[in-house]
Structures are given as C-alpha cells and as structure tokens.
Write a protein that binds this ligand. Structure first.
Ligand code: PMP
Length: 338
C-alpha cells in the first residue's frame, strides 16, 4: 500500500510553481516554492521536526517530556504536530501581535499557549523570551527549542529545502529569494545550494523596522533601525545564531504596505493564497528586477498559507485603516481592492 505511517512523513517535497502574471515583465522565469503544501501549512514543519529529532538524539528530550518554544505560530504548529505524534507536551509563549487564529490553531493541537506583550524589551520578565526561559527552569524534563539559536533549524533546510530546489530545477537555479527571520531557511538552503554551485545568488528579504539589513551591510547592531512593523514572521531586532551571512549576497527591505499589497496580488493574479511574508518576498524580488537577465532561473520561497491572515492582510478594513490602499475615502476601497 502507498501510505504514510504518520502525518510527519508528509513534510517536504513541496512543488515549485511558475509565476505567470506578476513577474511577466521580468527577463526570466520565477518559480515559487509553495511551502503551504506542508501538513502544518508552512515551511516551519521541516525545522520543527528536525529540532525535536536532534533534541531526542542528544538526550535533551526524553519520553513524556515537555517541548517549550517562543513562536509566532508556524514553528508552534510543526512542534505541536510532532508532539502529538511522538507523545510530548507542548507549551508556547507568543506575542499579542500575532493573529488570534494562530493561537487557536495551536490550542486545537493540544498545546498550551501563553500570550505575552509585544512592546517590552527581551530582558523584561513579561517578554515571550523570558517567559519561555522561566518555564524551562521550572518544568522538569522540559526543553526550550530556541529556534533562533538552535542550529537544527538551518540544518533542516540544508538537508531538505536546498536539495529539493536543486533537484527540481535540475541544477539550473541562479537566484534564491527568501524572507529572513531566524535565518534558518535562508542560511540552510543557501549553504546547500552554494556547495552545489557557488555562483547562485542568495537574496534575503527583510522588512523596514528590522536591523538585519543594516547589520548585513555594516556589521553594526543599530537599534535605531528597530521600530514596530505589522509584517509577520520575518525581520528581527537581534541577529540569531542561525545566520551565516557569508552565504547571503544581498539584503533587501520591503515596507509593510508593499508586502501586503503584493500578498493580495499573489492570490488574485496567481491563485496563490499565501501568508504576508510571501507577498513581501515577491515584492523584494520585484525591487531587484534590474539585476536579472534572460535565462536566469529564480526560486522564491513562499513560507505559509493565507488562511492565518484572513482577518489581517485579506481584510479590506484592516488594509484601509493602515493606509495600505491608495485611496482618499473608504468608498474608493472597492475600486482599490487588489
Ligand atoms: N515567513 C513566515 C510566515 C515565517 O513563519 C517565518 C519564520 N519565522 C519566516 C518567514 C522566516 O523564516 P526563517 O525564520 O527561517 O528565517
């Protein structure tokens, strides 16, 4: 029988889908690695299961133990699925900036979710980092996954995302475009691809309000770069250990508005109903279009599914309230819907 032994075995081997409209004026083809085909609807399933497997192998997670993590939802989804299948408890700390639906989904998978304030320093005892660290200290046989500094994160992409893209493009890929948060996706995938062909250009996409781009360009950790943004899942106010900046060729920043507008275009024009960072990724690519030439083969990673953003980027009022529609009155929103 052609069956899977459990849902975790369906992770990976996601399709590469050509973009036909948004990128039609570019001199080359662009293929989207559509990661919402993973069972948890995001690329983070890959690294979540890898982090659990490595923790088990290193004896940090023992039968009946508790998985703890700070997560904006997608990593939590993967960890919660792994916990159900492998028999662990799960507790997540997250921020009040995240969609309520993301929290509800994690709870549906049996996880406990603690919602913490966004606008406090990481050192503040109320921050989601501090809460997760305290839980690990207090709960016996628990392990804080720490997707930021746990190198099993990028290893997952070195072992699966990178080889898949290489094989699917028959080694013809010339450019990889990826939104960057923990750095796991861009670094792990790039490490593999650069080993196969060091000429492949790796473009990391960041958001205004994150310090990653300035750090990449100057080596400076400039907190003046940091301000709140509404884009979700990428950009950071520190540099996680998963980064190896030497495999990245360029960092590009995208505004909240441009990312949101492009996310809606992906659904309308390509039938790709993706999360906010997917639009930011394609927007970043479009900002760099003058660097592309005929014959290039571009792969853009689209991290997650649009269902978690229906009350945000796919909601007209949410868009209008933030000035993301170029209109003077709400009446014109109908015309501006993109
Ligand atoms: N987009 C979304 C929706 C995400 O959940 C993440 C993970 N935080 C990213 C982009 C960035 O991926 P990474 O953390 O591997 O850099």
């Amino acid at each position: 029988m052609d069956v899977k032994n459990n849902i975790l075995e369906t992770i990976g081997n996601t399709p590469l889908v050509k973009l036909n409209k948004i990128t039609k004026d570019l001199p080359c083809d662009v293929y989207a690695k559509v990661e919402y085909f993973n069972p948890g609807n995001s690329i983070k399933d890959r690294m979540a299961v890898k982090m659990v497997e490595v923790a088990e192998a290193e004896g940090k997670l023992k039968p009946g133990g508790t998985i703890i993590e700070c997560t904006s939802g997608n990593t939590g989804m993967g960890l919660a699925m792994a916990a159900v299948v492998k028999g662990y408890k799960c507790i997540f700390s997250t921020t009040d900036k995240q969609s309520q639906s993301k929290v509800d989904i994690l709870r549906a998978l049996g996880a406990e979710v603690i919602v913490c304030p966004t606008n406090v320093e990481p050192e503040d005892p109320r921050s989601y980092y501090s809460v997760a660290a305290r839980l690990q200290r207090e709960i016996p046989n628990s392990f804080l996954m720490n997707q930021y500094d746990n190198l099993a994160n990028r290893q997952a992409h070195y072992e699966s995302t990178g080889p898949e893209i290489w094989k699917q493009t028959e080694g013809k890929i010339t450019h990889l475009v990826v939104t960057a948060g923990t750095g796991g996706t861009v670094t792990g995938t790039a490490q593999y691809l650069k080993e196969m062909n060091p000429n492949i250009q790796i473009w990391a996409i960041d958001v205004y309000g994150s310090l990653l781009t300035k750090y990449f360009r100057t080596g400076e950790l400039d907190m003046n770069e940091v301000h709140p943004y509404v884009s979700e899942g990428f950009g950071e106010d520190f540099v996680p250990q998963n980064y190896d900046m030497s495999v990245i060729d360029h960092f590009e920043q995208v505004t909240d508005k441009d990312g949101a507008v492009m996310t809606r275009r992906l659904a309308k024009e390509e039938a790709l109903f993706c999360g906010y960072s997917a639009g930011s990724c394609i927007q970043g690519l479009m900002q760099l279009k003058d660097k592309l030439k005929k014959g290039d083969v571009v792969v853009a990673i689209l991290h997650d599914h649009g269902s978690r953003y229906v009350n945000k980027v796919y909601n007209d009022q949410w868009m209008a309230e933030r000035g993301f529609f170029d209109v003077k009155s709400f009446k014109d929103v109908v015309n501006a819907r993109g």
